[in-house]
Design a protein around this ligand. Structure first.
Ligand SMILES: NC(=O)c1ccc[n+]([C@@H]2O[C@H](COP(=O)([O-])OP(=O)(O)OC[C@H]3O[C@@H](n4cnc5c(N)ncnc54)[C@H](O)[C@@H]3O)[C@@H](O)[C@H]2O)c1
Ligand SMILES: [Zn+2]
Length: 673
């Protein structure tokens, strides 16, 4: 029995020592604070039940981590301690009861309430008002000399101001990084492929413990004072709150949210109010610190091994927790984007139970290096959706398995496309995929596409939900009776819809191509494709290389078009549509007279006020003209709008014809059928 207890205790101690090392020395924690706190509680519980095993070198009796030897060491005349924790209201009330009993005090106590800043404790020594030394907490007894680094923090005065300045004043407080500064620092680091910090606390610690103060100076560090250490040659106030005011008068920054209250329930209200404000605060906090305000009471209460009895860190519910990644599922969005979603062992974090988290895309999976079966850190802060922030590698099981992205859509089995340079993978079955059906059919029927009069979004939704149609082609198989069965649809509207469908069958190749909803193929691109290839068959068979010859089509769009028409499901819908009788005038059959600008190259420049640039281009192309982006001796004419620049000058130099917008409109109108 006793052997197993001692073994258990040793394991917990070793675990905590390793966490301490990663956290305090490397500034790189591997588990969330909540996990650390749990292990610590388990240790304290065992040590309380079996006091024989309690030793002074147990992590439960020690503060922080050892001072790094690369810095000069500073011995603290008054030890820098940690704080005891309360994790809920009952624990906080127990704290209040304990101290009142110890003080034999029946009335409500005054408390000084402060946000618990998530940074690191620092001691700053002023002699005759001048900053002479600064040190980290280290192990509480011995810290690191970081004077030059602390001097670079902008809101720390190098010289005190005001009256009655003590001969010696040791100020204690927290150095931290605000949320915006932390985000910027990590962004820059990520861009340079440098290591990023897990949280603002580690970023602050890592920045402050730099051997080169010039690096510290570049980091957005801030300081708030929260107590005094050694003080000589000054009268001090007899409450903690009033002492903070004295520090403020001497020019030291103090947290603006600090407040004095009377009684435990007022302190609890403060805790709730700050928790509600938490997301809006500019800096990260992990709770509030409640301190007995009366200084003589503080002295009476004194200390236990590693913390004062007169204060407590009342922690907020954890925003980071450990859980296990059970599986990864792939969801298809309404535009075909395939998103990996993590299925998690349900865990209570940030105030809710979380069982799913998005993994965004393949790049994110690679960045995390995560496998199914891994223990991961999940973070949920405020309203932000839950994120997996880190993998706990030391907890990886032997049978952890790689996450493989599907080659085919999990919904419709169409091919999955991943365009180079884009993080997102997509289902190419735009016309058939159940996940994309509603959007695809709405787009197909929209005004600039097939323009099916009366077929609004609500109707499409009903048709799809009732499974009356699964593809745009099936729209044309619907009879009046089908429409009449829909909500709020009279016989007359149903009849009109059937007529509108019949009418929509007569279209143009450009509109048909646009209606298919190929990614990044807008109206203008569809028109260019039609002008270039003249027939649907040629568009469908075009290679990626050939597609790039079409004006405005780059490699990405070419890949989208090619992938779309390579997908057999889509080919089937296209042939179904043709079978339903969709048709358009053959462009190739156009008489010469209908292509009056064939062989002529136009260039558009400057701002057009009446025509939109894309329309102007499309109309020129419809008349057979080529529209190019640059002026050369082959240019037939330049259309110059307002504020035309270098292209106009070049055209003038080359003696090329120049049209203004009015002339262009006249030209287009003169060829209007
Ligand atoms: N994730 C890990 O691996 C890991 C490892 C070690 C420690 N930790 C975390 O650190 C905690 C222990 O660290 P700790 O000993 O620094 O204790 P603590 O951070 O829980 O509390 C003490 C510290 O609070 C800070 N503080 C902030 N605002 C304050 C204020 N207004 N007044 C007084 N102090 C204020 C001071 O720096 C003080 O040293 C653990 O509970 C755990 O959450 C995590
Ligand atoms: Zn699909």
């Amino acid at each position: 029995m006793s052997e197993t207890i001692s073994k258990q205790i040793n394991e917990l101690r070793q675990q905590l020592e390793s966490y301490n090392y990663q956290y305090y020395v490397l500034d790189q924690p591997t588990v969330p604070d909540a996990e650390y706190d749990r292990v610590m509680r388990a240790l304290i519980e065992l040590e309380t039940q079996h006091p024989d095993y309690l030793t002074p070198d147990s992590p439960s009796q020690k503060v922080g981590g050892a001072a790094l030897s690369k810095f000069e060491q500073v011995t603290h005349q008054v030890p820098m301690l940690s704080l005891d924790n309360a994790f809920d209201e009952a624990e906080f009330n127990a704290f209040n009861r304990r101290i009142k009993e110890r003080l034999l005090h029946n009335d409500e106590l005054d408390f000084c309430c402060e946000p618990k800043l998530d940074g690191l404790a620092v001691s700053i020594l002023y002699r005759d008002g001048v900053l002479v030394q600064a040190a980290t907490r280290g192990d509480g007894q011995v810290g690191e000399n970081i004077t030059e680094n602390v001097k670079t923090i902008r809101n720390i005065p190098l010289r005190l101001r005001g009256d009655n300045i003590p001969a010696e004043l040791e100020v204690r407080g927290e150095v931290f990084m605000d949320k915006a500064g932390f985000a910027r620092l990590n962004e820059t680091a990520a861009k340079r492929d440098e290591k990023t910090f897990a949280n603002p606390r580690n970023a602050a610690a890592g920045s402050l413990r730099q051997l080169d103060p010039k690096i510290t100076a570049k980091r957005p560090l801030m300081f708030y004072a929260y107590s005094m250490g050694v003080v000589q040659g000054a009268e001090l106030a007899d409450t903690h709150y009033a002492q903070l005011q004295q520090l403020k008068d001497w020019g030291l920054p103090m947290c603006p949210q600090t407040k004095r209250v009377t009684g435990a329930s007022a302190a609890y209200q403060y805790y709730e109010a700050i928790m509600a404000e938490r997301d809006a605060l500019l800096y990260e906090i992990d709770g509030v610190v409640i301190k007995v305000d009366n200084k003589p009471f503080q002295e009476q209460l004194g200390f236990v091994a590693r913390a004062p009895r007169w204060a407590i860190a009342f922690k907020f519910p954890a925003q980071e927790e450990l859980t296990q990644l059970l599986d990864v599922e792939f969801q298809v969005g309404r535009t075909g984007a395939i998103t990996p979603v993590a299925r998690l062992e349900p865990v209570f974090v940030g105030g809710v139970t979380v069982s799913n988290a998005t993994l965004h895309n393949r790049d994110e999976i690679d960045r995390l290096g995560v496998k199914v079966g891994d223990t991961v850190i999940i973070r949920r802060a405020g309203d932000v959706i839950p994120q997996i922030t880190q993998v706990v590698l030391e907890k990886r099981p032997d049978d952890a398995r790689d996450i493989t992205f599907p080659d085919t859509c999990p919904v419709c089995d169409s091919h999955v496309e991943r365009v180079e340079g884009e993080a997102v993978a997509r289902c190419t079955g735009g016309l058939v995929c159940r996940a994309q059906r509603k959007e695809a059919i709405k787009h197909f029927a929209s005004r600039k596409a097939l323009d099916i009069d009366g077929l609004g979004d609500k109707i499409v939704e009903q048709l799809v939900e009732r499974e009356l149609i699964t593809t745009p082609a099936e729209l044309f198989t619907l009879r009046q009776g089908h429409f009449e069965s829909l909500e709020r649809m009279g016989p007359k509207s149903a009849k009109n819809l059937v007529g509108a469908l019949e009418e929509a069958k007569q279209t143009t190749l450009a509109k048909f191509l646009y209606a298919l909803g190929i990614r990044e193929v807008g109206e203008a691109t569809a028109q260019n494709l039609a002008n270039h290839y003249l027939t649907l068959e040629k568009v469908m068979n075009a290679s990626i290389e050939s597609l790039q010859e079409v004006s405005d089509v780059g490699v990405v769009v070419a890949q989208h078009i090619h992938a779309f028409f390579s997908e057999p499901h889509n080919q089937k819908v296209v042939s179904d549509l043709l079978e339903q009788g969709l048709h358009w005038p053959e462009i190739a059959a156009k008489a010469e007279s209908e292509q009056p600008l064939a062989g002529l190259t136009y260039v558009l420049t400057g701002t057009l006020s009446q025509l939109n640039r894309n329309d102007a281009k499309a109309r020129l192309q419809a008349l057979g003209a080529k529209v190019s982006g640059s002026v050369s001796k082959n240019t037939h004419a330049l259309v110059a709008g307002e504020k035309a620049g270098s292209k106009l000058t070049k055209a003038q130099d080359l003696g090329i014809d120049i049209l203004d917008e009015a002339a262009l409109i006249a030209l287009l109108d003169s060829h209007q059928g």
